[in-house]
Design a protein around this ligand. Sequence first.
Ligand SMILES: *Cc1c(COP(=O)(O)O)cnc(C)c1O
Length: 356
Amino acid sequence: MDDAISKVVRSGEYINGKAVLDFSSNLAAYTGAKYVIPCANGTDALLIALMALGLQPGDEVIIPDFTYVAAAEVIALLKLMPVPVDVNPETFNIDVKKMTDALSLKTKAIVPVHLFGQCSDMAPILKIARENALHVVEDNAQSIGSVYTFPSGERRQAGTIAAAGALSFFPTKNLSCYGDGGALLTNDETLAKKMRMIASHGQSKKYFHELIGCNSRLDTLQAAILNVKLPYLDTYIHARQKVAQAYSEALEARPDLYEIPECIAVSTHVYHQYTLKVKQNKRDALQKYLKERKVPTMIYYPSPLHRQPAFRGVIRIGSDLSETEKLCKSALSLPVHPGLNEEQIHYITGLLVNYE
Ligand SMILES: *Cc1c(COP(=O)(O)O)cnc(C)c1O
């Protein structure tokens, strides 16, 4: 890592240096995407994808209600209408039935979020999109490396299933850099070209601006760091899966208190988060108990999107949101990073299994 960094420092090519190009081809090879457009962060990736779709102000974009704010935020920034829909409590991902019921004449796009490490159920989502002429952009900030299997048996990596997929390399993500970073994946040449232009001030040639764009670049330094880490991604994922398996095996002893995360048949799970549902309204007390014993946990997400003050008056509620409401009160994410050792896992499961 030190070598990779000092090489960039000595080169002086801090913007669009060789490491950025290398990273694009490395990531294309890993994901199977034909085109990779590096950008500044995952939120920008979503913004650029939506800008490239040619949507009109007031067009509706369906998103899950239980997710990080980024997708809803860029939809609203573009004067489009976010339409939050409830999620399936087993997978934490968008409820396809409720999503279908939420369609209106103004619906133009869907942004499924592959939450916590597992793909949304993309086959029915793509079918509904085809039938209704909707664009689909995957928010894949959390699930790089996860593989989805279609009913036909075809397998595709998260982020390469729909028209475009947005990735984030924020330091907590499964593939992360030493600051902000992001990328777009697509197999569509025309869309790739447009997104690349938008990320670079709408220009295909220097000082000729064909589109209104933005300035969104992956720093050469961050690309160099990602080039070092990418070959280890599968090892990291495997380590996360082992931690998750150890948790699930231990916590099965307490079905009265915990619902362990489900692994669905159509998607592999890369455990960006290991998220429990804590029963009996004990989530907050349990979190405090763990914190006092030096076990850090996180609540993803404490509030549904539709309850965030920023979105008052700028969303259309797409479905009943009761499962999201429940998850915001019961979900608790345990440490699941690849560096956890057996002793630490044992300590954590011991506390959880014996919790009163
Ligand atoms: C992290 C994240 C983003 C945003 O990525 P940034 O790189 O922080 O902009 C978007 N969506 C989801 C689901 C995320 O977890």
